[in-house]
Design a protein around this ligand. Structure first.
Ligand code: 5AD
Ligand code: SF4
Length: 440
């Protein structure tokens, strides 16, 4: 039997899909090269914004055609969107043709459920949050040979007022320290050069154990320090971190770790204190600026990127202007910018003063213009500099070129050779665009 996985959403989901592929392969399935070949189609879903959900329902709707073409095909939808408590009603309306629906806690059960469908059972829905038997070391089929993702903490306790994640991914659960280290060792012996440590809020690592009284439980800095000791792994990244938990002490520790220190992703969300408070972010623009100052003082060459949301309920033109001014001061290397999307069940949905879509779009546009200009200027400052690039492969946009990344996570386009893939090479930057550097 062959399987096909379609993934929507963030890096957590991409990695979950690698694990789902690994589980299915261990159960004797093979990866299909395209949808029409597959006997089992898995859609890994995301619900962070309405736009994602609309796209996914469209995709799921189109899968009906697969059932007509190949009546025995098994359709499974898994992940965040399926974990929402409104799912029953939605499935009734748009998902009757799905055979298996699994939330974020039960994906490892997929082979068992496929077997039950093959034995004649009708639609199975399992969105139970009971995960006491969740296996820690699941097989995974990695997309890349030399870059890998490693879970370190699951769930989120922050309840930012706009965010659905704590409702669909549950409370913070740190992954066993020695299991993480064993995975890193095994990746290194497979030739992996770069790891991305994953969690909704990696800074919280170990807090759950400390809350339960284990005062010596390792923290996030300990994970970074131990990961840095793993020979063969040259670069360590993490996603996502929370500015509230990013202490000066953590920056000090990171500045001692050459494999880690050149890149920070620090989601700001808004540059207006009133909005940050309404978002329940737990820091203000002054706190945030002190972290930026600290990072720039300790590692002047580090790149810093962020996430920003425009049009949060109650955001006035003056508030938005504060964000623009603040972003101009922060000078981020890049920003992932989003239009606020009301998510049912989150506190922000019921706030009065929702911002009209046209206003949100117009703000996004202005923010993008500003940020693109800053990104370009910061990239231009690289021209003439030598950078160490981990070569990823052929560029997706132009097969004449190769693509790779600097330690500061900048994409570099260059003329490469197949044997360079997976190695770190020195290049001199000759050109700069908004989203990438060139060495031509
Ligand atoms: N609307 C818009 N953007 C959101 N994000 C999270 N929830 C929402 C929402 N309801 C953004 C945040 C977060 C990123 C992963 O997605 O900026 O950092
Ligand atoms: Fe969502 Fe906030 Fe948790 Fe990030 S920290 S997943 S934005 S609730």
């Amino acid at each position: 039997m062959q399987f096909y996985i379609k993934t929507f959403g963030c890096q957590m989901n991409e990695h979950d899909s690698e694990i789902i592929a690994g589980i299915l392969e261990s159960a004797g399935y093979q990866a299909a090269s395209d949808l029409d070949e597959a006997d089992v189609i898995v859609v890994n879903t995301c619900c962070i914004r309405e736009s994602a959900e609309n796209k996914i329902w469209g995709y799921i709707g189109n899968l009906k055609a697969c059932k007509y073409k190949k009546p025995g095909v098994i359709l499974a939808a898994v992940g965040c969107m399926m974990q929402q408590n409104t799912i029953d009603e939605l499935l009734h309306r748009q998902g009757k043709h799905l055979d298996i629906i699994l939330g974020t806690y039960q994906q490892h059960r997929l082979p068992e459920y496929i077997a039950r469908i093959l034995a004649g059972e009708k639609q199975i829905v399992d969105i139970s949050e009971d995960n006491h038997d969740f296996p820690d070391a699941l097989p995974s089929r990695r997309v890349s040979r030399f870059a890998a993702q490693v879970n370190i903490i699951y769930g989120c306790n922050n309840f930012c007022s706009y965010c659905i994640v704590p409702y669909v991914r549950g409370r913070e659960r740190s992954r066993d320290f020695s299991a993480i280290m064993a995975e890193l060792q095994s990746l290194a012996s497979d030739g992996v050069k770069e790891v991305m440590l994953l969690g909704q809020n990696v800074n919280s690592y170990g807090k759950d154990w400390r809350r339960q009284g284990d005062l010596h439980a390792p923290d996030f800095a300990a994970v970074l320090q131990a990961a840095s000791q793993v020979a063969g792994i040259e670069r360590i990244r993490y996603m996502s971190s929370h500015p509230r938990d990013f202490s000066a002490e953590l920056v000090d520790k990171i500045s001692e770790l050459p494999k880690v220190r050149d890149y920070y992703h620090l989601p700001l969300q808004s540059g207006c204190d009133k909005i940050l408070k309404a978002m329940n972010r737990g820091y203000n623009t002054g706190d945030y600026m002190s972290i930026l100052d600290k990072i720039r003082q300790k590692t002047p060459g580090a790149a810093i990127t962020t996430d920003l949301i425009v049009g949060f309920p109650g955001e006035t033109e003056e508030d938005f202007q504060q964000t623009l001014d603040y972003v101009a001061r922060c000078r981020f290397d890049a920003a992932y910018t989003f239009i606020y999307s009301p998510r049912s069940g989150t506190p922000a949905v019921s706030l009065a003063e929702q911002v009209p879509l046209a206003v949100k779009k117009e703000r996004l546009q202005r923010l993008t213009v500003l940020q693109n200009q800053i990104s370009l200027e910061l990239n231009q400052a690289y021209i003439g500099r030598k950078v160490a690039v981990l070569v990823e492969g052929l560029s997706k946009n132009n097969a004449d070129f190769y693509t790779g990344r600097t330690a500061s996570n900048k994409i570099v386009i260059f003329r490469g050779r197949p044997e360079q893939v997976g190695t770190i090479i020195d290049l001199t930057v000759s050109g700069a665009k908004t989203w990438h550097l060139e060495s031509l």
